[in-house]
Design a protein around this ligand. Structure first.
Ligand code: NDP
Ligand code: MG
Length: 401
């Protein structure tokens, strides 16, 4: 191992992004060392990863899972220290020996450790879009105050980052888009597995169908978000904070092949796009290597095989989640945090077969329209807002039964 190797914490190591990050790191053993790996409860997977990568720390959210992992690691004489709980996630995200933090926990649970990494001035590779949806203003301020380097991993935002003017790449949220000659950003969307389904078919969508995304392999929550187009709605809010883009400067274009990962249109009519095979190892390698390029294991894009690139407008009638997300962004303040919390509850219920697919937007809209929207003041306030919105979503769900 090289003495100049960068020390990496992976939050959410057992997830799809976490595992793909380890895949890229494995391809560059002299460049990176694994400092800490974290998971919620998946002992089996974290044990395997500890065996393979020998991190200094392994953190489990659940105490019982941490005890089990400690016992298993003892049998192989591992020197990995096992910790548990939220404070330990923050500890390994902000530790002085860490230079890079991959924030890949799913949902609002990822907020605190991502904030800890930002405040501690780390290079933050942000996959956890919910952090920006819940607390965009506070998170971007923490990045500035902490002197952190923020690199978007979400493929669309990574694509936009790559084709933004160079001066923007070093401090992505500080100047206005207009001052950089940018007219708008265009987020591409695959349209998900139900792009061509009618309303009746959408009402009958099952969990298994929703988890079967045509182009990307992803965890269950983001797969359902992609199917409802809430994922694109969350990404609109994410783009607002990352690129200082007004809602009117963010457009969504459905592009079923997922070859163009997003675009930036300049005032002179130029449109710059980033293309590639739909494989998250490309944005992950970009974040890990920045400003250098690293090999990622992603195969070359075969233009002759791709043959055509299609585009159409998103349908906000069949996919109301995208409309609701734009509305939450326009409302501002705590509205996006409420949207996010209600969505997490609705998606969890859908995944547990408790509600139908089209109940998801219904629940979110009901919670958002009944909520009292406030200006954002603190993380504590947002955590309370998140809890209240979850309770409101559960109450609304009970009224549906
Ligand atoms: P997964 O569901 O595959 O993985 C989630 C990870 O977070 C697992 O390691 C899980 O541990 C851990 N985790 C879950 N809940 C908690 C909690 N309460 N506290 C601490 N850790 C927890 O998700 P993905 O990898 O698909 O997505 C991760 C994030 O990246 C999401 O925010 C998603 O929107 C974003 N993203 C993902 C993309 C993708 O292609 N997958 C693309 C762009 C963005 P355990 O295994 O123990 O449950
Ligand atoms: Mg995305």
């Amino acid at each position: 191992m090289d003495k100049t190797a960068q020390s990496v914490t992976i939050l959410g190591a057992t997830g799809t992004i976490g595992l793909q990050t380890l895949d890229v790191i494995s391809q560059h053993p002299h460049r990176f060392t694994v400092f800490a790996l974290t998971a919620s409860s998946n002992v089996k997977s974290l044990f395997k990863l500890c065996q393979q990568y020998a991190p200094k720390y392994a953190v489990m959210l659940q105490e019982a899972a941490a005890k089990e992992l400690t016992a298993q690691l003892k049998t192989i004489g591992s020197s990995t220290v096992v910790l548990h709980g939220e404070a330990s996630l923050n500890y390994v995200a902000a530790h002085e020996d860490v230079t890079v933090v991959m924030a890949a926990i799913v949902g609002a649970a990822g907020l605190h450790p991502a904030m800890a990494a930002a405040k501690a001035g780390k290079r933050v590779l942000l996959a956890n879009k919910e952090t920006l949806v819940m607390a965009g203003s506070l998170f971007m301020q923490a990045v500035l105050d902490g002197g952190a380097t923020l690199l978007p991993i979400d493929s669309e935002h990574n694509a936009i980052f790559q084709v933004m003017p160079h001066q923007r790449s070093t401090n992505i949220s500080e100047s206005s888009l207009a001052s950089l000659g940018v007219k708008r950003v265009l987020l591409t969307a695959s349209g998900g597995p139900f792009r061509n389904a009618n309303l009746e078919e959408l009402k009958a969508v099952t969990r298994a169908q929703a988890l079967n995304h045509p182009n990307w392999v992803m965890g269950p929550k983001i797969s359902v978000d992609s199917a409802t187009l809430m994922n694109k709605g969350l990404e609109v809010i994410e783009a607002h904070w990352l690129f200082n883009a007004l809602p009117s400067q963010i457009d969504v274009v459905v592009h079923p092949q997922s070859v163009i990962h997003s675009m930036v249109e300049y005032i002179d009519g130029s449109v710059l796009a980033q293309l590639g095979n739909p494989d998250m190892r490309t944005p992950i390698a970009y974040g890990l290597g920045y400003p250098e390029r690293l090999s990622s294991g992603v195969s070359s894009l075969d233009f002759l095989l791709t043959a055509r690139l299609d585009f159409c407008a998103p349908d906000m009638v069949r996919f109301p989640c995208l409309r609701i997300a734009y509305e939450a962004l326009n409302m501002g303040g705590t509205a996006p945090a409420i949207l996010n919390a209600a969505n997490e509850i609705a998606v969890e219920a859908f995944l547990a077969d408790q509600i139908g697919f089209m109940d998801i937007p219904q629940i979110i809209e009901a919670v958002l329209s009944a909520a009292n929207i406030e200006a954002v003041e603190s993380i504590e306030q947002l955590v309370a807002v998140d809890t209240q919105a979850r309770q409101a979503a559960l109450a609304h769900m009970r009224s549906l039964c």
